[in-house]
Design a protein around this ligand. Structure first.
Ligand code: F6R
Length: 245
């Protein structure tokens, strides 16, 4: 794993965005795997700036999002569909039919998972997969204990994940209990993975990722088995931990 330490969240966001924008310009029909949550919002802001300044085109880009809550309408302010629209898609020239986000309101959720995996196979592999890190080590919504062989599936969110995400909702009880997520094996199929780690609350998980063993009880540890992983971490993570940059 290649680790880049940045002096601030702003620098992390700039670093990630510059790298991705460059890859999009080099390979205009690139397939990107995208994450939601607080960590990548700065990166999306910089991608929008780059789109305006350097005219990086997304016309032939395909995107696959990691996950979506079950039970929220696309138009719900907290759906990941809305998140992606607001932070990226409505501002760039990406084609609607090249955007893939699991449908958390599909009539048959098991079929939705199978179709998502089919689409990944048909349009993939993902060239660059962006990930955030859960405080409990989750990647996507693959909670501790998820099989490393898992493909897109339905998950019950842990209390710790629902608590961590409650900040976006009116209250804890409004946070959906289930989600659809790409599985660990689906994520690992990407040619390259960029893991963004920001904020003091991620220090423990970051330490465990670096020094802990590879185990299904800490999903992110699987990344040590991937041949091409870049971790971009801001210094606030380091300040809280015993890691020396
Ligand atoms: C989001 C996702 C999650 C988040 C993780 C960190 O699509 O799959 O794994 O990346 O929960 O979330 P933040 O960035 O909000 O701390």
């Amino acid at each position: 794993m290649d680790i880049i330490h940045t002096p601030s969240y702003e620098a992390l966001s700039q670093e990630a965005a510059s790298y991705i924008a460059k890859q999009v310009r080099t390979n205009p029909d690139i397939v990107l795997g995208l994450a939601t949550g607080s960590t990548p919002t700065g990166m999306y802001k910089h991608l929008l700036e780059d789109h305006i300044i350097h005219k990086t085109s997304y016309e032939n880009v395909t995107t696959f999002n990691l996950d979506e809550y079950i039970g929220l309408k696309k138009t719900d302010p907290n759906s990941y569909y809305t998140f992606m629209r607001k932070h990226l898609f409505q501002h760039i020239n990406i084609k609607k039919d090249k955007i893939y986000i699991p449908d958390g309101l599909a009539g048959n959720l098991a079929t939705e998972c199978e179709n998502y995996e089919e689409n990944l196979k048909k349009n993939g592999p993902v060239d660059i997969q962006v990930l955030g890190l859960g405080e409990n080590g989750h990647i996507g919504f693959n909670e501790p204990g998820t099989s490393f062989h898992s493909r897109t599936h339905i998950v019950e969110l842990t209390e710790s994940t629902r608590t961590a995400n409650a900040r976006f909702f009116p209250g804890f009880d409004d946070v959906p209990t289930h989600a659809i997520t790409m599985g660990i094996a689906s994520i690992m199929s990407a040619k390259e993975i960029i893991l963004l780690v920001a904020g003091k609350n991620k220090a423990k998980a970051f330490e465990q990722l670096l020094y802990g063993e590879v185990s299904e009880s800490f999903p992110a540890s699987v990344l040590k088995k991937h041949p091409c992983v870049k971790i971009i971490a801001d210094t606030s993570v380091l300040e809280e931990s015993s890691i020396i940059a």
